[in-house]
Design a protein around this ligand. Structure first.
Ligand SMILES: Cc1cc2nc3c(=O)[nH]c(=O)nc-3n(C[C@H](O)[C@H](O)[C@H](O)COP(=O)(O)OP(=O)(O)OC[C@H]3O[C@@H](n4cnc5c(N)ncnc54)[C@H](O)[C@@H]3O)c2cc1C
Length: 112
């Protein structure tokens, strides 16, 4: 019997879509999957939308609707709390946070 061949997925583009795909592949697949994420910029998870450093550039969707994980709709909100977000930044899951913070959140998905 031959051993199953390892699968290697190469994702070009490390914006939100690329990171979310990589995260789901690593989360749902067996141990024989390798994922390479190729990004031309200095950061992953940001892309055009979330690389801005201007704190006035807010998400146009509420925190409650921006979870990266469909099966955990409160994931982004819990991540914000775990990072020490206070009431001035976001008092409840219905606020709008700076897009840069969402980029931090997306990038954090691959830290583990
Ligand atoms: C100004 C702005 C604000 C937005 N605000 C919101 C919001 O508040 N809420 C919301 O839900 N959506 C928002 N969006 C939509 C947002 O673009 C998408 O939600 C999402 O970020 C798109 O991600 P993406 O990975 O598909 O594309 P991108 O973010 O464009 O990422 C593509 C990545 O691929 C890389 N890349 C491209 N070509 C190559 C190559 N040949 N080799 C290597 N790397 C490459 C790029 O450097 C980039 O990092 C906004 C969009 C914009 C432009």
């Amino acid at each position: 019997m031959t051993a199953p061949r390892a699968r290697h997925v190469i994702i070009v583009g490390g914006g939100a879509s690329g990171v979310l795909l990589a995260h789901q592949l690593l989360r749902q697949s067996a141990d024989d999957v390798r994922v390479s994420l190729i990004e031309q910029g200095p950061d992953i998870g940001r892309g055009i939308a979330y690389h801005t450093g201007n704190p006035d550039h807010l998400l146009n969707v509420r925190v409650a609707n921006m979870s990266a994980l469909p099966d955990q709709p409160d994931h982004f909100w819990h991540w914000l709390i775990s990072r020490g977000a206070d009431a001035t930044l976001c008092p409840d899951p219905y606020c709008f946070v700076p897009r840069r913070i969402f980029g931090d959140y997306i990038a954090s998905l691959l830290e583990q």
